[in-house]
Design a binder for this molecule. Structure first.
Ligand code: F6P
Length: 327
């Protein structure tokens, strides 16, 4: 029987926006690779670092104590340069010069497309989905989503305290890029009156009506959760609704980058450990050009080409659920 081409040196990198759980994933990749007697290099600074050949050796102790840390010890960047073929060629040259046989790319949708570009140039690559937006095709959930949701819910619980004390309505903006996933889930679990998402059009009047309805039903506050991609924006809404008679006075809170920080939740640590381990196992078995993802309870492999070509659907039945549960 032919032996599989042995991976002697594996590189691991994080790219795009950071997500809580990237560190436990790096740890899992490094320690699984060491288990298979691979040497491991970390790429510092995402695809830009790869183009510059910014590698560091990673041993078991280098990834000790990072399981509970947010962010990424390998640092990350949003690289525009890597979209250029010449930059991809340079990355390939750097990988070859460093003797790298295979690569694990941990990151969001753009990073998976970067991984695909390298795979198409002949590099054995496996992608791992990590993005708080949960907008990547091929996985039920990405690393970082659970922690971000917990951060959002914690913030909204606090906002509700002050909203009730002052009889105010809060428009709370979550991240999510062009996806309403975070806002929709957060709206349900924080008892929002209404959720505003890019996937469903809403008017200023409808938002004003929802706030006024909450007031008439005797509520002491109203919370509207809006995804950053939803239109009109929270600031536009607040200034227009302020002029109307809705019962509550209006306030706006944009949660921003706090949603990307913080120690990864138990769920994210486990997901990151499972996906990171499986990524290396696939490469060890000679499998590449795929992203690892969670499907039900199983870790599966999805072709990177399919991940890049398809859009993840948002379960819109949750939208009606959010409204029904806000009565
Ligand atoms: O993709 C993750 C994300 O946090 C989005 O939700 C948001 O639109 C974007 O990144 C913010 O990017 P940056 O960190 O470059 O400001």
């Amino acid at each position: 029987m032919d032996a599989l081409p042995k991976i002697r040196t594996l590189a691991v990198m994080t790219a795009g926006g950071d997500a809580p759980g990237m560190n436990p994933c790096i740890r899992a990749v490094v320690r699984t690779a060491l288990h298979y007697e691979m040497k491991v290099l970390g790429v510092m600074g995402g695809f830009d670092g790869l183009i510059r050949g910014n590698f560091i050796p990673l041993g078991a102790r280098d990834v000790g104590g990072i399981l509970q840390r947010g962010g990424t010890i390998l640092q990350t960047a949003r690289s525009k340069t890597f979209l250029e073929p010449a930059a991809q060629q340079e990355a390939l040259r750097q990988l070859n010069a460093a003797g790298v046989d295979a690569l694990v790319v941990i990151g969001g949708g753009g990073s998976q497309r970067g991984a695909l570009a390298l795979h198409q140039r002949g590099v054995p690559v496996v992608g791992v989905p990590a993005s708080i937006d949960n907008d990547i095709y091929g996985t039920d959930i990405c690393i970082g989503v659970d922690t971000a949701l917990n951060t959002i819910v914690d913030a909204i619980d606090k906002l509700r305290d002050t909203a009730s004390s002052h009889n105010r309505a809060f428009l709370v903006e979550t991240m999510g890029h062009e996806s309403g996933y975070l806002a929709l889930q957060a709206g349900i679990i924080s008892g929002a009156e209404l959720v505003l998402i890019p996937e469903i059009e809403t008017s200023v009047e409808a938002v004003a009506q929802a706030i006024q309805d909450a007031y008439r039903r005797g509520k002491t506050h109203a919370i509207i959760v809006a995804a950053e991609g939803a239109r009109p924006s929270v600031t536009e809404l607040a200034s227009q609704i302020d002029e109307m008679e809705v019962g509550f006075t209006m306030r706006v809170t944009i949660l921003g980058h706090i949603q990307r920080g913080g120690k990864p939740s138990a769920f994210d640590r486990l997901l990151a450990s499972r996906l990171g381990t499986k990524a290396v196992e696939f490469l060890h078995q000679g499998r590449s050009g795929v992203m690892v993802g969670l499907s039900g309870r199983e870790v599966v492999a999805v072709d990177l080409a399919e991940v890049a070509a398809r859009k993840r659907d948002l379960p819109l039945e949750y939208y009606q659920m959010a409204i029904t549960l806000a009565r």
